[in-house]
Design a protein. Structure first.
Length: 190
C-alpha cells in the first residue's frame, strides 16, 4: 500500500493535506491501513487517520480518548473540509461488504438502503418529511453517486433535479419544467 492521504481544516479555508506511509493496522486484513498521530492533542501518538476502504484516502479519524491503547471513538469528515466532526460507528471491513447503498441527506447524516430495496426505494433527501427522492448508484460500489430530487411542480415528472453526492458541490436541474436537466448550479443555489 502506498501513502495514505489525509487532511485537516478549519472550515472556511481549504484543508491542508498530507500523505504518509501507513504504520498502524486497524482493519481486518492484517496489514497497516492507518497513519498513527496525535489527533486529540494529548501528547500521545495513539490516534489514527484510517483508510478503512483501502482507497489510499483516510475516511475515518480513530481516537483513543482514555489512553489505554484502544480506539474509543470514530469520526468522519462528511463535508471534505478537513473537520472530522461526524461521530460514526466503526467502519465495516472491506472484506465485509455493506448490506446496502450508503447515502447522505442534505444535512450530511448517513443512511443505508437495503440492497434488495435499492432499485425502488424512495428517500427524504431534503428533510421535508416526504420520501420523494431516489438514490442513484451508477457504478454499483454501494455508495450513492447522486440523488434524484422529486418534482415539486405539477409537470407530471417524477424527478426534476440530480444532486451529485460524495462532496456535493453541483446540482443538475430542470429549470423550465420540461423534464430535461438543462442547467448546472452550485448546490448552495439549488
Amino acid at each position: 500500500m502506498g501513502g495514505i492521504e489525509y487532511s485537516f481544516g478549519t472550515g472556511p479555508d481549504d484543508p491542508t493535506s498530507w500523505s504518509s506511509a501507513p504504520d498502524r493496522d486497524l482493519g481486518e486484513l492484517g496489514a497497516p491501513d492507518a497513519v498513527a498521530l496525535d489527533f486529540d492533542g494529548d501528547g500521545l501518538i495513539d490516534d489514527a487517520m484510517w483508510d478503512s476502504d483501502h482507497d489510499l484516502v483516510a475516511d475515518t479519524a480513530a481516537l483513543d480518548l482514555d489512553d489505554d491503547g484502544e480506539v474509543d471513538v470514530f469520526y468522519a469528515d462528511p463535508t471534505g473540509t478537513g473537520i472530522w466532526n461526524d461521530a460514526v460507528l466503526r467502519p465495516t471491513s472491506v472484506a465485509e461488504p455493506a448490506a446496502g447503498i450508503e447515502w447522505r441527506d442534505s444535512s450530511g447524516h448517513r443512511h443505508l438502503i437495503a440492497a434488495e430495496e435499492a432499485a425502488t426505494a424512495l428517500v427524504d433527501y431534503d428533510g421535508d418529511g416526504s420520501a420523494t427522492d431516489a438514490v442513484v448508484d451508477t457504478d454499483h460500489d454501494l455508495r450513492a453517486d447522486g440523488i434524484l430530487l422529486g418534482s415539486t411542480g405539477d409537470s407530471g415528472k417524477r424527478f426534476d433535479s440530480l444532486v451529485v453526492t460524495g462532496q456535493p458541490d453541483i446540482a443538475l436541474v430542470d429549470t423550465d419544467g420540461d423534464g430535461i436537466l438543462d442547467a448546472v448550479l452550485d448546490a448552495d443555489q439549488s
